[in-house]
Design a protein around this ligand. Structure first.
Ligand code: PHE
Length: 347
């Protein structure tokens, strides 16, 4: 029995020494000291010993048990600290490694140009206002002198909500002229940017949704000269002091007289040609149409309770996408709405 105990002790200590994980240690504890363990089995045979041998063997068995227990504690402490070391090493943070660059976004190019235009007009004393995209036909058309039957009210051009064609998605920001004059008396200076909608197929220069910026000034003695001054000031700020613009007669039902403003093509400098080829930016015109404008029609003033004999005004409506495309030299309208960051990052 003595040899048996010595043997148990030796193999137990060896096994403990080579155990490497907390789980292996636990397993050993059960195998060595548990009820079904080797030591317990030996102790069960103590009854067969002579009375002289019994205390000697008992003492020896206790000391074997104590050695195993001590070794267990020792190994447990070693393994726990090794596990901790490994964990600390694996989770160590090297504070000297350069950080990952944070990728900052920026304003969409359309908003950059919109912001610039707003800043210009706020500097000229205009109030920037917002209005409904779902609009009444009376504001979008009738009170702007666009009578029923006018081609621009056609169902093939306009998104209507109701069978009687009285509610629609605004096709222009001009209804904001009416809404503003209803609530403000002259002198007034208003700028109303916003989305407008037309039944257009999307291509390089068309989209069923685009943005316009409406401007309106009404006061005593406002003339076409004021209109030209405001618009030329804006163009020079956006496109540079040497940008060349021209005014061309046009017709709008809600302004009289009316005009359109063109900018000399920045690509071909007004020649309409590049290396003997038709300029692709202005299609050979030499000019790019920028906006519609005119003196507010007396009927429109009257529709809003403003006396046209005392007051006069001018209004303009410009396409934001078109302005941004010219300003940022973008050649396809759809790129503006795709929102591909590879495209947007360029601005
Ligand atoms: N609303 C007109 C358009 O969409 C532009 C315009 C606005 C013309 C104001 C004159 C005055 O074409």
């Amino acid at each position: 029995m003595k040899e048996q105990l010595e043997q148990i002790k030796k193999s137990a200590l060896d096994a403990l020494e080579s155990a490497a994980t907390p789980a292996a240690l636990d397993e050993l504890r059960v195998r060595l000291l548990g009820k079904k363990g080797e030591l317990t089995a030996v102790l069960k045979q103590m009854g067969k010993l002579s009375p002289e041998e019994r205390p000697v063997m008992g003492q020896l068995a206790n000391s074997v048990r104590a050695s195993i227990e001590q070794k267990l504690e020792e190994r447990k402490a070693q393994i726990d600290s090794a596990v901790l070391e490994a964990k600390l090493a694996a989770e160590a943070i090297d504070v000297t490694i350069p950080g990952q660059e944070v990728c900052l976004g920026h304003q969409h190019p359309m908003n950059q140009v919109l912001q610039q235009i707003k800043d210009i007009f706020v500097g000229l004393g205009y109030q920037v206002v917002d209005g409904p995209e779902v609009e009444l036909a009376s504001y979008n058309f009738t009170r702007l002198n666009i009578e029923e039957g006018h081609p621009s009210r056609d169902r093939s051009d306009t998104f209507y909500f109701t069978d009687d064609d009285s509610v629609l998605l605004r096709t222009q920001t001009s209804p904001m002229q009416i809404r503003y004059m209803e609530n403000h008396k002259p002198p007034l200076c208003m700028l109303a940017p916003g989305r407008v909608f037309r039944k257009d197929e999307a291509d390089a220069t068309h989209s069923p949704m685009f943005h316009q910026i409406e401007g309106l000034v009404v006061d005593e003695h406002i003339t076409m000269g004021d209109l030209k001054g405001a618009l030329i000031t804006m163009m020079r700020k956006i496109y540079g002091v040497d940008s060349v613009t021209r005014f061309r007669p046009h017709h709008f039902p809600f302004t009289e007289p009316s005009c359109e403003m063109d900018m000399q093509c920045h690509k071909c400098h007004g020649t309409g040609q590049i290396d003997g080829q038709v300029c692709s930016t202005c299609h050979g015109e030499g000019w790019i149409e920028l906006l519609g404008a005119g003196m507010v029609h007396p009927d429109v003033l009257r529709n809003c309770g403003i006396d046209p004999d005392k007051y006069s005004g001018f209004a303009f409506g410009m396409g934001l996408e078109r302005t941004a495309m010219g300003r940022l030299k973008i050649n396809d309208l759809r790129l503006i709405f795709d929102n591909d960051v590879r495209f947007l990052n360029q601005f």
